[in-house]
Design a protein around this ligand. Structure first.
Ligand SMILES: [Zn+2]
Length: 330
């Protein structure tokens, strides 16, 4: 157990975390999840464990804790002028993987909670793995050559563990436009000789409709998971407008929220925020870490609390109670 996990456990047992949450006013934590892992899967075997935020049982425990201490709302609720309940909190999921429907949704229902699911509409449509998943699949070390050329850099793929190699390659690819990145992925395919085999599969429109009919909010995560700040104004608008239109048409309801793909400081800029507003979104989520203050200064640039696969329940609790001490830092 890490020192941080130990400290969080002590503070939880002493009742300090509960007290700190009770004392919080004018705050809006927005939890950020990606995929949820089956309890019988082994995280050590995953090519990119960073995509998983919790196991089914840890997610269940986190939701039990959330329902005890907070009033869970959707992002659309923020556009309603009526006052918010005390201690509001939002639960979000990025990307649109099928485990969100299969594992997370029943757990949310069990606890009577509403989640916000940001979907990459191109992924829902064609079922092809998202580009970062394709890369993780290609980097199977058992078949890799001694050197690998990625975005103008020469890497030694056997010099580090696969999970680190994947992170390093993804970091290079995130600095590119979608077009340049696709060319690099093609090059990787040729160099590795590995085919892109489907990894995570997406939710279907029917599943999203079912969730929307049962109080879940469906938001946009763009059309192709492009790093929007790398793109031209025309592409940014197309990514945001087309995905929104498709969600509205498919679900027969309004789509008011967006989570910018990747979402850090190099993925979101003023041009992206401006385009989101122009495309009709009222609420936008970055992937910057933190807890929002109420009233919101910029509803299109919310920060979120990152939930990572290896956090203990006490650490999760401490991230919400004492974010300055326990919050994830870039
Ligand atoms: Zn994403």
């Amino acid at each position: 157990m890490t020192k941080q996990a130990f400290l969080a456990g002590c503070l939880a047992r002493l009742g300090i975390l509960r007290l700190m949450i009770r004392r919080q006013h004018k705050r809006l934590p927005v939890l950020a999840y990606h995929r949820i892992l089956d309890d019988d899967s082994d995280p050590a075997t995953l090519a990119d464990p960073g995509l998983f935020s919790a196991t089914a049982s840890s997610f269940d425990a986190q939701m039990a804790l959330v329902s005890r201490h907070f009033n869970v709302i959707t992002l659309a609720r923020l556009l309603d002028p009526a006052p918010l309940p005390p201690r509001p909190l939002v639960i979000t999921f990025d990307d649109g993987y099928e485990d969100n429907y299969r594992i997370a949704y029943p757990i949310l229902k069990k606890h009577g909670l509403h989640g916000v699911f940001f979907v990459t509409t191109g992924f829902i449509d064609d079922g092809q793995p998202l580009w970062f998943d394709q890369v993780a699949i290609l980097l199977d070390q058992s078949t890799l050559p001694h050197t690998l050329d990625v975005a103008g850099r020469r890497l030694l793929p056997h010099a580090l563990p696969r999970q680190q190699l994947v992170q390093q390659v993804l970091a290079h690819l995130k600095s590119l436009t979608a077009e340049a990145r696709q060319a690099e992925i093609k090059l990787l395919e040729r160099q590795t000789g590995n085919p892109r085999i489907a990894a995570g599969t997406p939710m279907t429109w029917a599943q999203l409709r079912h969730m929307a009919d049962n109080g879940m909010e469906i938001g946009s995560h763009s059309r192709s998971h492009s790093v929007l700040a790398n793109e031209t104004a025309g592409t940014i608008t197309a990514e945001l407008a087309e995905s929104r239109q498709q969600i509205c048409e498919q679900l027969q309801r309004d789509c008011v929220s967006v989570a910018y793909p990747v979402g850090g400081t190099s993925a979101v800029n003023d041009q992206v925020l401006h385009a989101a507003r122009e495309c009709g979104y009222g609420i936008g989520c970055t992937y910057l870490s933190g807890i929002n203050r109420l009233p919101l200064r910029d509803p299109l640039a919310l920060v979120r609390v990152h939930v990572e696969l290896d956090v203990t329940l006490a650490q999760f609790y401490a991230q919400l109670a004492l974010p300055d001490l326990f919050g994830y830092r870039h």
